[in-house]
Design a protein around this ligand. Structure first.
Ligand SMILES: Nc1ncnc2c1ncn2[C@@H]1O[C@H](COP(=O)(O)OP(=O)(O)O)[C@@H](O)[C@H]1O
Ligand SMILES: [Mg+2]
Length: 486
């Protein structure tokens, strides 16, 4: 699981953001406040100086006494005042502090000041009146440079403080975010490092929320862990039981497969054995009666020999595919069905069962030949049992093959009446049988299912069918096997 360690970052950023905004607002407020204060101070200074000046020069102005006025304005020496102008009533400069001689030029800002009646930031403007008549004006020009310098140095100071506070804020937020999240990391590290079988113990001695959280985690972990232990034990026991069961089933299936065969061998042997017995008994009777002729003797010996060989051949046939290696080979399906019928010939004949074939000649399969035959034998044996149980007179087993889309389909049906519908879904289960203990193991179809589905990656299905054959209506079970050709 990918973990995004973001709570720490979030706390850090939130605190940082909050305090940064606060100190920024504070800084901006400080700057604007100090500007205001300076402006106020300047205004008061200008205002009181101009008033004082006005009172001092009022009469000199009336008398246009240049020397007195000049002397007076020269005393108003203050670093905030860049210059002081005394204008006549038409705005012409009569005297100014920074110049000795009279220029009598019009003051450049006079018209604007008269028009606006407003104080410019760096110019203070005050009319001089005498007996209710305006006889001139005072203009105090403030020093831009000085004011800018004052403001600048004030701003510098404020900025310095701002950066110091920002730095402190960063330190503070990182410490705080660390302190808040440390217990979480302690818990995470502990959980990450713990072996899944170990007992979890946080040893948290504090009494805060994290202590509570660790306690809950601890309890849950330990509960789950002990449950796991129990579960593991149970699973192991069950696995062992299952293995034993599987082994038993495997052994029994092997036995069942032999059983399905032996039954057929017995039928296969019945006739040759009885022929051998008849021949031997015939010979011995003839001998006792003294009528044993050479020809009879030779014929009997030949018959015995032929049948003994046949017995030996059947044994080989069965052995061949019981012991056959499990290797994939390419084989002709028709040939194999024929040899299957050869193996079952005796049994079919003894039980009066007819085989009806509908087979395509050229189907080649790349697969496990002997296992397919074993699977088919199991099905045919079941049909035989069903047919013997039924009272039907003409007993049939139909075998047909066809090839569809890279698969071969083998259909086997009988006219034994079919599988009762209430058990049809269970017949592939191991040990499911409806037969007497001595007759059925319930393993035949289970084995067949495994051989087809697991061994050959094919499918097997069963259903009950009704059909007409030779103008008679029959019903029975139909097994359909589908296996891939390759
Ligand atoms: N062709 C069939 N017709 C009717 N019932 C069948 C047929 N094939 C199988 N069955 C039913 O399926 C059961 C399981 O078959 P199988 O696994 O071969 O075990 P077993 O033959 O030992 O009983 C049989 O007991 C029988 O009830
Ligand atoms: Mg069976």
């Amino acid at each position: 699981m990918k973990i995004n360690f973001s709570i720490k970052l979030k706390i850090f950023l939130n605190i940082l953001f909050f305090f940064s905004v606060m100190i920024t607002i504070n800084m901006l407020y400080d700057i604007s406040e100090s500007k205001n204060q300076l402006n106020k101070y300047l205004y008061n200074l200008n205002h009181s100086s101009a008033k004082l000046l006005k009172n001092n020069i009022q009469s000199d102005m009336y008398g246009l006494n240049y020397t007195n006025i000049k002397n007076t304005i020269d005393t108003f020496d203050n670093s905030y005042f860049k210059n002081i102008y005394i204008l006549n009533k038409d705005g012409y400069i009569f005297a100014q502090r920074n110049r000795r001689e009279i220029t009598f030029n019009k003051h450049e800002s006079f018209d604007a000041l008269i028009k606006d009646k407003k104080q410019n930031q760096f110019l203070y403007f005050l009319p001089i009146d005498f007996s209710n008549k305006i006889i001139g004006y005072i203009i105090i020009e403030n020093s831009h440079e000085l004011i800018k310098e004052i403001i600048h140095s004030k701003e510098n100071k404020i900025l310095k403080i701002f950066f110091i506070m920002l730095f402190v804020t960063i330190i503070f937020s990182s410490i705080l975010s660390f302190v808040i999240t440390r217990p979480i990391f302690t818990i995470i590290n502990k959980i990450n490092s713990i072996n899944k079988n170990d007992h979890l113990a946080f040893n948290n001695t504090s009494k805060d929320e994290f202590a509570y959280l660790s306690k809950v985690i601890e309890e849950n972990h330990n509960k789950v862990q002990s449950m796991n232990e129990q579960l593991e034990e149970t699973v192991q026991i069950e696995v062992k039981k299952n293995k034993e069961k599987d082994f038993k089933l495997f052994e029994q299936t092997k036995m069942a497969s032999l059983g399905e065969m032996i039954g057929n061998i017995a039928h296969q042997w019945r006739q040759p054995l009885s022929i051998i017995t008849t021949a031997a008994t015939g010979m011995s009777t003839h001998k006792k009666l003294g009528i044993l002729e050479d020809e009879f003797f030779n014929n009997s010996c030949e018959t015995i020999n032929k049948n003994a060989q046949y017995l030996s051949q059947t044994i080989d046939d069965f052995k061949n595919f019981i012991k056959g290696d499990r290797i994939k080979i390419i084989f002709n399906l028709t040939n194999e069905i024929n040899s299957l019928l050869e193996l079952l010939k005796g049994m079919l004949k003894d039980n009066n069962i007819n085989i009806v074939l509908d087979i395509k000649n050229e189907i080649y399969i790349n697969g496990y030949k002997n296992e397919l035959i074993q699977a088919l034998i199991n099905i045919v044996n079941n049909s035989k049992d069903a047919l013997l149980d039924s009272s039907i007179e003409n007993k049939y087993i139909f075998i047909s093959t066809l090839e569809v889309e890279g698969k071969v389909i083998i259909l086997l049906k009988d006219n034994g009446g079919g599988v009762p519908e209430d058990i049809i879904s269970k017949i592939f289960e191991p040990y499911f049988t409806t037969k007497h203990q001595s007759q059925g193991t319930g393993l035949g179809l289970h084995m067949t299912y495994n051989l087809i589905v697991e061994g050959m990656k094919g499918t097997i299905d069963v259903k009950n069918v009704k059909y007409i054959y030779n103008n008679n209506e029959y019903s029975g079970a139909e097994f359909s096997i589908s296996i891939p050709i390759n």
